[in-house]
Design a protein around this ligand. Structure first.
Ligand code: ADP
Ligand code: MG
Length: 819
């Protein structure tokens, strides 16, 4: 289509043409031979006016003019005029070129004679009937084409449009008020009847009908017919009779009999006449303005819409049509002024260039039919090729659901390796294979995400408020990764309440048993460190790690933030990234570890330290209790000894007995009471010691886990910050929230390199022959990378049993069973 368009433009560019201007001099017995002379080439006309003696000695009046035109028609027959002026324009109209022929001149100079001629005398018929004749003759000469002819006849009088053929039956809407409409197809007069004529004869009757109406109207409506413009239009549409040709051409020939060009002053008219004359002058001077603008190639705007005449002729003046003007003049000396004015107009017209071009159109219905035919032919051709190549049973119809499902299964088998290659059958099948790759890939993506969502609470990366809140709560690091156990079960790391953060020291409860709701719960989300808000923190931790609803997270976090009023952490802003300035060589691990503890790992480090403090505190208490137990034990021993002494003494003295009851003295009695009290104390302290030991064991476990966590996090951070190439991080991380730092560097680099190299090789070998395979291989590579990832991650998680979620869960549950 595009190429066709370009071709069309070439035609246009190659045929720039000047407007053809002719002068026709009306025969007269009083021809002013001394004033009007014609050039020998029959193309020039010279006017000479004798000096006006009355104007005195100083007389600057111009007296000589010379006009060069395309032809001077003096004493020319109607026949000759037609051949000179119109024949070529009409001939080209049948090839698709628009044409316009206009007669200009003062009233009585022969415009109507030239255009219409006499309707009584065939010999004196004008351009109009001759043009119709030529059109029908040419149609007869072109049996290869089906050509339709339509005509319309428009009169413009006092800026009003009249349909000169309105008296004839017409299929269109004849009630519509007439108006000039611009459409993509061009200018047309809405409401103007356009009549199809199949024969020359019919066309003539239409012309006569119009002429008669023109004359009648001039009488009944008190119109002066010489003051109206008449436009007779012949519309031609030529389709090739060969159905394979979808192109067809359209054209129109505008034959314009303009109103008299004489100026108002000369007629001396008044009232109605003056109004008419003014109009005539106005529309003709607008025509002149439009023509001047068309002649000036620098001017972009042409004032076509100033009056009905120029508006109606917008696409027939200049533009893409063949254009001819005939200036009708008198040969008498008395009319020389008007003759001069008409000649000036004609020579101005000559300055206009037009770019006639074929109005080529495409028959949509034919195009569809032809394409259908071609399709059938090509299918037959394919069938022959298939049978020659022994490829039976290949269909080329659109695939049904069963076939698509089969391709889906093939692609799946191909991806998991159980099918080595997918045979190429036809183009539709290849397209469907690609499509199924896409389908499977997007399914896998969804699965990966669903898995992640099942395990983690995913926070939108752009939701800075939530990320900041979660970071503050110590649940994620600046990268947005969850701190703590990877499966979200928690492993008793514990979250310090905000009130216990450095600089906002919270109260640490004295007794292990006093930790509210912390122990004895089976969720394993224990906090050995608790502040006044301990319960709510424990809850928030549970919700954060088990809830998938972001709203809940936000809610709880904002509550926590309000309750704690803690100051933002250094890593508050998600835009801050310590890895932006990466050193060329990785820093030594010990110093990096110190840095990590102060920055990225500060939260884990803080929890680690707090747990250690609690552990030390419990240990100290335990040793104090043990000391107390020892001293109580000593006292019990001494009390026992003293009692023994007393007993021996009493036995030596002889025992007192009263009604079977042993009488003991007061001293011995007090000793017995003391011993009882001491034993009670001993048992109490011993129980405390037992409890403290359990608590110490539990705290020790937490401290160990914190240490482990701190080190793991440090390793991840160190790998990501200094070791894993940034491009790899970017390309691999885009696939999901996988923590690259978790993987051994060697595995990671080899993974990406292997895959990329492998597919690079495949592409290099396959691409030149099969450029469409790019998307296929890209999809394949991404898919394989993703699968390798899942495998690596799974094996890595199995190896790091210390981080194994199930083991940890069991551990924390057994911890809960402590006294
Ligand atoms: P216009 O339309 O310009 O007002 P017309 O065409 O009506 O002028 O001409 C006025 C009269 O002159 C008509 O009677 C017409 O027949 C006659 N006439 C004009 N030109 C010629 C010509 N070239 N040969 C013979 N008669 C002519
Ligand atoms: Mg006339």
């Amino acid at each position: 289509m595009k190429r066709r368009k370009d071709k069309r433009r070439i035609i246009k560019m190659g045929t720039r043409k000047k407007v053809h201007a002719y002068v026709r001099v009306k025969p007269t017995d009083e021809f002013a031979y001394e004033m009007i002379t014609f050039g020998e080439d029959n193309k020039s006309i010279d006017i000479h006016i004798k000096k006006d003696g009355r104007r005195g000695t100083v007389n600057n009046q111009q007296t000589d003019w010379s006009f060069k035109l395309d032809g001077v028609l003096h004493d020319a027959s109607q026949d000759c005029v037609y051949d000179t002026v119109a024949k070529e324009v009409v001939a080209q109209a049948l090839d698709g070129y628009n044409g316009t022929i206009m007669c200009y001149g003062q009233t009585g100079a022969g415009k109507t004679y030239t255009m219409t001629g006499t309707t009584e005398n065939y010999k004196h018929r004008g351009i109009l009937p001759r043009a119709l004749q030529q059109v029908f003759r040419m149609i007869e000469e072109r049996p290869t084409h089906s050509i339709t002819v339509r005509v319309s006849y428009l009169e413009i009088y006092n800026e009003t449009l009249f349909d000169l053929l309105s008296t004839l039956p017409y299929v269109g809407n004849s009630d519509t008020p007439m108006s000039i409409v611009e459409s993509p197809q061009g200018i047309f007069v809405k409401g103007l009847s356009v009549h199809m004529t199949g024969r020359e004869e019919d066309a003539f009757s239409l012309l006569f009908e119009g002429e008669t109406n023109r004359i009648i109207a001039s009488h009944t409506m008190n119109k002066n017919s010489s003051r109206s413009h008449c436009i007779f239009t012949i519309y031609i549409e030529a389709h090739s009779r060969s159905l394979s040709d979808e192109k067809y051409v359209t054209s129109k020939i505008n034959l314009v009999d303009l109103a008299g060009s004489e100026r108002v002053g000369k007629t001396g008219s008044e009232g109605q006449i003056l109004k008419e004359a003014t109009y005539i002058n106005k529309s003709l001077s607008f025509l002149e303005q439009a023509i001047i603008a068309l002649g000036d190639r620098k001017r972009e705007h042409v004032p076509f819409r100033q009056c009905k005449l120029t508006h109606a002729l917008k696409d027939s003046l200049g533009g893409n049509c063949n254009m001819v003007i005939v200036a009708n003049v008198y040969g008498e000396a008395t009319q020389l002024d008007e003759t001069l004015s008409s000649l000036r107009f004609a020579s101005r017209m000559k300055l206009i260039t037009t770019e006639p071009s074929i109005n080529e159109k495409y028959d949509a219905e034919r195009m569809v039919k032809n394409l259908e035919k071609e399709l059938i032919l090509l299918k037959q051709e394919l069938a022959i090729h298939d049978s020659l190549a022994n490829r039976a049973m290949v269909t080329y119809d659109p695939m049904d659901e069963v076939q698509i499902a089969e391709i889906n299964s093939q692609v799946r088998r191909y991806l998991d390796g159980s099918l080595e290659e997918i045979d190429i059958i036809n183009l539709r099948q290849i397209q469907e294979v690609f499509n199924q790759f896409k389908v499977i890939l997007s399914l896998q993506e969804q699965e990966v995400e669903a898995n992640l969502r099942r395990k983690y609470t995913l926070i939108n990366k752009n939701d800075y408020a939530t990320i900041t809140a979660v970071q503050k709560a110590g649940l994620v690091d600046v990268e947005g990764n969850t701190v703590g156990e990877t499966d979200g079960q928690g492993f008793g790391l514990g979250i310090a309440p905000f009130s216990a953060k450095p600089g906002k020291k919270g109260k640490i409860k004295k007794s292990y048993k006093d930790i509210p709701g912390a122990l004895g719960k089976k969720d394993g989300l224990l906090s050995p460190v608790s502040g006044k808000d301990g319960e709510s923190i424990s809850t928030s931790r549970t919700q954060l790690l088990s809830s998938s609803k972001e709203a809940d997270v936000k809610d709880v976090l904002s509550r926590d933030r309000e309750a704690s009023g803690s100051e933002p952490l250094a890593s508050d802003s998600p835009k801050e990234d310590s890895r932006i300035t990466r050193p060329a060589t990785p820093p030594p691990k010990p110093s990096a570890f110190e840095e990590f503890k102060n920055e990225r790992g500060s939260e884990i480090n803080r929890i680690f330290k707090q747990n250690k403090t609690i552990l030390n505190d419990r240990r100290k208490k335990a040793s104090e209790t043990a000391q107390r137990i020892n001293s109580i034990k000593k006292e019990i021993d001494t009390t026992k000894e003293a009692l023994d002494v007393q007993k021996n003494f009493r036995e030596e003295q002889g025992e007192y007995e009263n009604k079977g009851l042993m009488i003991i003295d007061e001293e011995e009695f007090l000793l017995i009471l003391k011993l009882k009290e001491l034993k009670k104390q001993y048992r109490g302290e011993y129980q405390d010691l037992h409890d403290l030991k359990a608590e110490i064991q539990y705290c020790q476990h937490l401290v160990d886990q914190c240490r482990q966590r701190l080190l793991t996090e440090f390793d991840i951070w160190y790998n990501e910050s200094f070791l894993i190439p940034e491009e790899m991080q970017a390309s691999l991380k885009a696939k999901g929230s996988i923590r690259l730092g978790l993987f051994p560097l060697t595995k990671l680099t080899s993974l990406a390199e292997d895959d990329e190299e492998k597919f690079g090789q495949i592409q290099a070998s396959v691409l030149p022959d099969c450029p469409d395979s790019v998307s296929f291989y890209n999809a394949r590579m991404k898919f394989d990378q993703k699968q390798n990832y899942s495998k690596t991650m799974a094996s890595f998680q199995n190896k790091t049993s210390g981080l194994n979620p199930t083991v940890l869960k069991e551990k924390s549950q057994s911890d809960n069973n402590l006294p």
